[in-house]
Design a protein around this ligand. Structure first.
Ligand SMILES: *Cc1c(COP(=O)(O)O)cnc(C)c1O
Length: 421
């Protein structure tokens, strides 16, 4: 369910005509729908008991306009860097609704979190426990912590986004969970508040979640028997979204919520969830203009002004994004849709059925609101796409495109070289 639809033969975002918007802001640009963000947030939040902390995963889409929209709905935040922490605070998300995840928190980042008074640190290794204890001690504080335990289940998702098996860098191995809690309990500047897990992203079946929730529930009982005060369970994010019409429908949030309840309701813990993609993916499109239609020997190429530097998911994860014409017309042609970047992997989709298009026409890449703009780079010295947020008939540029001068101006020629001519 989203708020991008055709109106009189032209694609709209809520009540904003994307063709007119493209004239005003230039292409390529990301366009996000406030109504879709709000709808997804509410549907997800409503699937859990009152009082559950919905800590939106900032890494999916950390634009301040998006964060502020979610903050007004009551969202907390899951952050994975000091930069994301500052963004969440700047968007008005209260510190006591922010959790800090990630395998490589630096001491400086720990200090930021402690100074702000965040809800908890999700600690991912024994050395991190020791480091956080030291930083908290120096500040005269106690750090609220969970330990991210790796439940060692196969999330059945793409290899680059699975995180819950024994072979990847995230979390503490299942076999060391009790020992890690014993270590944490011996460190006086840490306060154990719960357990944490996150098994991966774009998971479209309930069974891996159910397996992981069951293991975590068992662990809570074991840890309590060991004398630890486990009062919170953070179950991570990872619920997938359909990208292609043929994709299996991921479990509805109600079913996911029911599975959580079945597994952990009797433990009496406060719950935390960290959805990212589910909230933001369908709330965004990437609008791009056709630069050329090129007849290859075997194929017809639609060369766009957006490239893999703007949206890297197809190149990085073999991800599928639906591509539609902004002007509604019957699909009568087949194209390989590509960007201008000098890499063969700069391919948004092969053999895509689209209307007959010409130079200057607009297309939209759908389901691009999560892991889109946040992963953009300036590869090929291309300033990444602008970002626009729509609400009803209002729109605002929430991140302008950098000018070439701004982008180039970040470089410096060192003093030992002659200044440029
Ligand atoms: C990426 C991530 C999330 C969000 O995952 P989605 O698949 O976008 O829901 C949540 N928690 C942690 C720790 C993450 O790394």
């Amino acid at each position: 369910m989203n708020h991008f639809h055709y109106n009189d033969g032209r694609l709209f975002a809520e009540d904003v005509d994307l063709t007119q918007l493209a004239e005003k802001v230039g292409t390529p640009f990301y366009c996000y729908s406030s109504a879709t963000l709000a709808r997804h947030y509410r549907v997800f939040a409503d699937a859990f008991p009152k009082g559950t902390l919905i800590a939106y995963s900032v890494k999916a889409n950390g634009n301040l306009g998006v964060l502020r929209t979610l903050a007004e709905l009551g969202a907390g935040a899951d952050v994975v860097s000091g930069g994301e922490l500052k963004k969440a605070l700047k968007a008005g998300i209260p510190a006591n609704r922010i959790v800090f995840s990630g395998v490589g928190k630096t001491r400086a980042e720990m200090m930021l979190g402690l100074d702000a008074g965040i809800h908890q640190f999700n600690v991912e290794s024994e050395p991190e426990l020791v480091a956080l204890n030291g930083v908290a001690k120096d500040l005269g504080k106690r750090a609220p912590i969970t330990i991210r335990i790796n439940p060692d289940v196969d999330a059945k998702t793409h290899a680059k986004i699975t995180t819950g098996t024994s072979e990847n860098k995230f979390g503490i191995p299942w076999s060391r969970a009790r020992a890690a809690y014993t270590l944490a309990a011996s460190l006086p500047s840490l306060e154990i508040v719960g357990v944490d897990m996150h098994i991966g992203s774009q998971i479209t079946e309930l069974s891996p979640f159910e397996a992981a929730f069951a293991r975590v529930a068992d662990l809570v009982k074991t840890l309590r028997a060991d004398g630890h005060a486990i009062k919170r369970i953070d179950l991570g994010g990872g619920l997938g979204v359909p990208y292609a019409p043929t994709d299996p429908a991921p479990p509805a949030p109600e079913l996911y919520g029911a599975a959580v309840s079945r597994a952990v309701a009797d433990l009496g813990c406060d719950l935390i969830l960290e959805p990212g993609r589910l909230i933001a993916a369908n709330a965004g499109v990437l609008v791009s203009r056709v630069t050329y239609v090129k007849e290859g020997e075997a194929k017809k190429f639609l060369i766009l002004d957006a490239g893999m530097n703007d949206l890297i998911r197809p190149a990085m994860y073999d991800a599928h994004h639906e591509i539609v014409s902004v002007r509604e017309a019957p699909n009568s042609a087949v194209y390989d849709v590509v960007g201008p970047v000098c890499e063969s992997s700069d391919l948004f989709g092969a053999n895509r059925r689209l209307p007959e298009l010409k130079e200057g026409d607009l297309v939209a890449l759908l389901t691009a609101g999560a892991y889109g703009a946040v992963m953009a780079s300036a590869y090929n010295a291309r300033p990444p796409a602008a970002e626009v947020l729509v609400k009803g008939e209002q729109w605002a540029v929430v991140r302008p495109r950098m000018s070439d001068d701004e982008l180039i101006g970040l470089d410096r020629i060192p003093g030992w070289l002659a200044p440029q001519a």
